[in-house]
Write a protein that binds this ligand. Structure first.
Ligand code: BG6
Length: 489
């Protein structure tokens, strides 16, 4: 339910995430008239800015990150009029008092839904929540949004969850995984469960294996300090890729409800085959980009991006896992993600088995097996690769063909950014697309043995040139199973 009144407070209000994603998303929702009639956005940061200073920053950010066709001077001014900024030094009690005063300084403050978006380092989550509680602004309408990473391993994730949980009950904690807000990712549920033709095939009976690729062309840029402590496994696999895997592999819930979908995803995470140290050595590959060419432009190595060498952090991961349950037993799930790859593409490929018998003479194995490519980004859609007869009188010549669906063309609308949907869900109080505590912890439970083995192993991440598809060992991971990575569509 959309509240009438809302105060949306962003800790880290001048940060990259706020300026690049959160404020443009809120601007779009404002433009559509979807935000509560009476709302304010409060940016909290260490910067010495007054409200106008922050508005100028946000205006510049909108001009950079919003499509020019959606920028209207009147709408921008109206939106900026909702913005306030507070300089807050967490150690200074007076600053917290000023936050309290600001939140109370509105008509009917008790009725306002207060959202606290913590776009700051996770080590601050607990302390900020505690302070909010102490100054008396956490009431039964208040909710908190946590950006990933939630901790850097299971123990630290539990600490964060415990600390936040002392102030906010679980139903008021929104742990963002922005992949769940992507249109194409939500559509996965619809594709699977609002159609009949896929689900009977969606199991080890007919699926040979599944591939999930999230490749990026960007490097770590200015985020080196964070990234070097995280690495690709923590930054991408533990959350985004595992969430995609969950949506591919989960059982159908009876309805889409705030707990039902999350219950089913949790079961998938709990069914992932635990990795022993030997499995880690055998079934995972880590890489790190060296200098190379991306889109024809020379780019520096990871060490040069960081400004020092000697790091053991991976910027690429490929791995093989399995969902150990009735539906998926024996079906490998191959996951890979990396920075500075040859192209930006996220895609899930379900590779089906070949037909059990070939009735066309000489055609066994002549065409590749059926594959469903679910295109998560940048060109959201689906492509189904099939076999067809080549036209002509010369008998049965089989050829691969494809059926193509692109959402932008099918619906002829702008596809909203993931944050637009997710921020509206927070304001409305719908946690379905957010990660529940048990999911985050189950994901860490599975990830941790890999981290531990890597930390104790003398091996280093394998080198790959920027602008390629990763280290050769990633290809070998599939080739030794008689498979290959599918070229992204
Ligand atoms: C973030 C990671 O969660 O996701 C970044 O921290 C990554 O390293 C980003 O670049 C990718 O998101 P998207 O939406 O561009 O695929």
């Amino acid at each position: 339910v959309l509240p009438d009144t809302c105060d949306f407070t962003v800790f880290g209000g001048t940060g990259d995430l706020a300026l690049r994603k959160l404020l443009p998303a809120l601007y779009h929702r404002d433009l559509e008239g979807q935000l509560p009639g009476d709302y304010r956005i409060l940016g909290v940061s260490m910067s010495d800015l007054d409200a106008d200073g922050w508005r100028d920053q946000v205006r510049a950010a909108l001009r950079t990150h919003v499509d020019p066709t959606d920028l209207y001077d009147g709408a921008i001014d109206r939106f900026l009029g909702r913005l306030h900024h507070l300089r807050l030094d967490a150690q200074n009690p007076e600053d917290w008092d000023r936050l309290h005063a600001l939140l109370k300084d509105r008509p009917n403050p008790e009725a306002a839904v207060r959202v606290f978006y913590l776009a700051v380092a996770p080590r601050l989550f607990g302390a900020i929540c505690q302070r909010l509680d102490e100054i008396g602004v956490v009431d039964e309408h208040a909710r908190v949004v946590l950006e990933k990473p939630i901790g850097h391993d299971l123990a630290s994730a539990r600490e964060v969850n415990d600390a936040v949980g002392r102030v906010f009950e679980e139903s008021r904690i929104f742990r963002i995984d922005h992949y769940l807000g992507k249109e194409s990712v939500q559509n996965l549920l619809v594709t699977r469960f609002a159609n009949t033709f896929l689900e009977p095939l969606w199991s080890s009976h007919w699926v040979d294996h599944v591939q999930i690729t999230v490749s990026e062309t960007v490097g770590v840029g200015g985020r080196g300090a964070y990234y070097d402590h995280a690495g690709a496994l923590r930054d991408m696999v533990q959350n985004h890729l595992l969430q995609l895997l969950c949506l591919v592999a989960m059982e159908p819930p009876t309805y889409v409800g705030r707990e039902t979908v999350r219950d089913e995803k949790l079961k998938v995470l709990q069914a992932l085959k635990p990795m022993t140290p030997t499995d880690v050595d055998h079934d995972t590959v880590r890489g790190r980009y060296a200098a190379g060419l991306v889109d024809g432009e020379p780019v520096p190595s990871y060490s040069d991006d960081l400004g020092h060498s000697g790091s053991r952090t991976e910027t690429f991961v490929a791995l093989k896992t399995e969902v150990q349950n009735w539906r998926w037993a024996g079906v490998p799930f191959y996951l890979r993600t990396g920075k500075r790859m040859d192209r930006r593409v996220s895609e899930i490929v379900v590779v089906f088995k070949q037909p059990p018998h070939s009735m066309f003479p000489g055609a066994e194995g002549a065409t590749p097996p059926n594959r469903l490519h679910i295109l998560v980004q940048p060109d959201e859609g689906m492509r189904l690769h099939l076999t067809a007869k080549e036209p002509g009188p010369g008998g049965y010549r089989l050829r691969p063909v494809s059926l193509d669906l692109r959402y932008a063309a099918a619906f002829d609308v702008r596809l909203p950014d993931a944050y637009e949907r997710l921020l509206m869900d927070v304001i409305r109080g719908n946690p379905t697309l957010f990660m529940r505590r048990d999911e985050v912890e189950a994901a860490w439970t599975w990830t941790e043995p890999i981290l531990q083995r890597w930390a104790s192993s003398p091996d280093r991440p394998k080198r790959y040139a920027a602008g390629t598809d990763g280290p050769t060992a990633a290809a070998t991971l599939l080739e030794r199973d008689g498979r290959t990575w599918q070229e992204p569509d």
